[in-house]
Design a protein. Structure first.
Length: 366
C-alpha cells in the first residue's frame, strides 16, 4: 500500500538534508529558501529485525522489506495560505500525504540563515501550524456554505455534515488543529474528501547539531519541542540531519561502528522511520517461503482477506483460509514444520484480524 509521510518545515531547517539521508536520493540542498521547488519522493525501507531473523530461518532466494514513501516538501513561509512564497503549490502537496513529519530547527549556526533571524522552535512550529489552519478554515467555510444550501431540501445528511464542520471550524478559529476534535468513524468519512491539512497526524523531528546528537535530550530547544508535542499527544524524534547524511553513506559493519563511536544504539533515521510507521497506525505481516521472505504493510485492524489483497486483488477475491503462525512462535519452533507439529500453525477465516508479526500463507481460489 502506497503510504506517504510528508517532510515539512520552514526553509533552512534541514528538511532536504534529512530527506537525502533517508533516501540517498540526492535532492538539492542549499542555504537559501525554496531550493526544493517540486516535492521529491523516496521509497524508504522500514527497518525490522524480524525480517532478518526470518531470512536466517528460511534461507530464501530473496528478501523484500516493507516500505513507504517520504515526500520532501519545499519550505513554507508566513503567508503561505495566501500564496506567499510558493504557498498554494506546497499546501497542495501536503494534502496528498497521509502524515506529516515536521522538521524543527534546534541548533544555532550563524552560517545558516534562519528566515526569522533567530532560533525559536515553538515560533517556527506555530508559523507552520497557522498556515495549515488558515488553509483548512478556507476549505471548511466553503463546504459549510455549500452544505447549508443543500440542507434546504431537507436532507438530514447535510445537517450532520454542517454540525461536524462547525465543530472543526470552532477548533480552527481557536488555533487548534482539526485532529484535536474527536471524530467517530462516520464523522471521519464525512470530512475525508476535504483532505484537511490539520487532520493529518504529526511527528516532530527535532534537528540538532552534529556536536549535540549524543546529548539531544538535554538540548533546551528539543525540550521545548517535546513540551509542545506532549500537549497534543505527538511524538518527537531528536535527530541530526548532518550526522544521518554521513551514516547513510556507510554500509553494515561501518555503520554499526560509527554508531558505536557516537554512543548510539540505532540511527536517528531508523527511529524516525519506525516512529512514522507507528504514527500511521501500520502493522507488518510476513510471507515466508523458499522463493521469498517478504514484509507487507497493512493498517491496524485489517482482516485476513484485505491483508491478502495487499499481495494481489485475486487473493482477496478468492480468499478461502489463511495459515497463520505468530513470529515469536515460529522463531521459537525453529521452522514452519516444527511450528505445525506444536499446533502453533492455525487456520483462520474471513473475520480474522491480522496481528503485527503474523507469518501467513493464503489459500484462495479464483
Amino acid at each position: 500500500m502506497a503510504l506517504k509521510a510528508g517532510i515539512v518545515g520552514l526553509p533552512n531547517v534541514g528538511k532536504s538534508t534529512l530527506f537525502n539521508a533517508i533516501t540517498q536520493a540526492g535532492a538539492e540542498s542549499a542555504n537559501y529558501p525554496f531550493c526544493t521547488i517540486d516535492p521529491n519522493v523516496g521509497v524508504v525501507e522500514v527497518p525490522d529485525e524480524r525480517l532478518d531473523k526470518l531470512t536466517e530461518l528460511v534461507v530464501p532466494n530473496r528478501t523484500v522489506p516493507t516500505a513507504f514513501e517520504f515526500v520532501d516538501i519545499a519550505g513554507l513561509v508566513r503567508g503561505a495560505s495566501k500564496g506567499e512564497g510558493l504557498g498554494n503549490k506546497f499546501l497542495a502537496h501536503i494534502r496528498e500525504v497521509d502524515a506529516i513529519v515536521h522538521v524543527v530547527r534546534c541548533f544555532e549556526d550563524e552560517n545558516i540563515t534562519h528566515v526569522d533571524g533567530k532560533i525559536n522552535p515553538i515560533s517556527d512550529i506555530q508559523t507552520i501550524n497557522l498556515e495549515l489552519i488558515l488553509a483548512d478554515v478556507e476549505s471548511v467555510e466553503k463546504r459549510i456554505e455549500r452544505s447549508k444550501k443543500n440542507m434546504k431540501g431537507g436532507n438530514k445528511q447535510y445537517a450532520q455534515e454542517v454540525e461536524v464542520l462547525e465543530r472543526i471550524k470552532e477548533a480552527l478559529y481557536n488555533d487548534q488543529p482539526a485532529r484535536s476534535i474527536e471524530l467517530n468513524e462516520e464523522e471521519k468519512l464525512i470530512v475525508r474528501d476535504l483532505h484537511l491539512l490539520t487532520l493529518k497526524p504529526v511527528l516532530y523531528a527535532a534537528n540538532v547539531s552534529e556536536d549535540g546528537v549524543t546529548e539531544a535530550d538535554s538540548n533546551p530547544f528539543v525540550q521545548q519541542v517535546k513540551e509542545f508535542a506532549a500537549a497534543e499527544g505527538a511524538e518527537v524524534v531528536p535527530i541530526s540531519a548532518k550526522v544521518e547524511a554521513e551514516i547513510a553513506e556507510l554500509d553494515g559493519e561501518d555503520k554499526a561502528m560509527f554508531l558505536e563511536e557516537l554512543g548510539l544504539s540505532a540511527s536517528g533515521l531508523d527511529r524516525l522511520i519506525q516512529a512514522a510507521y507507528r504514527l500511521l497506525g501500520l502493522y507488518t505481516y510476513f510471507t515466508a517461503g523458499v522463493q521469498e521472505v517478504r514484509a507487507w504493510t497493512i493498517r491496524k485492524g485489517t482482516k485476513a482477506p484485505q491483508a491478502a489483497g495487499v499481495i494481489h486483488t485475486d487473493f482477496e477475491r478468492g480468499f478461502i483460509r489463511a495459515e497463520v503462525v505468530s513470529y515469536n512462535d515460529l522463531v521459537a519452533a525453529g521452522s514452519m514444520n516444527a511450528a505445525r507439529e506444536r499446533g502453533q500453525l492455525r487456520l483462520e477465516g474471513k473475520e480474522y484480524v491480522v496481528q503485527d508479526g503474523d507469518v501467513m500463507h493464503f489459500r484462495f481460489n479464483v
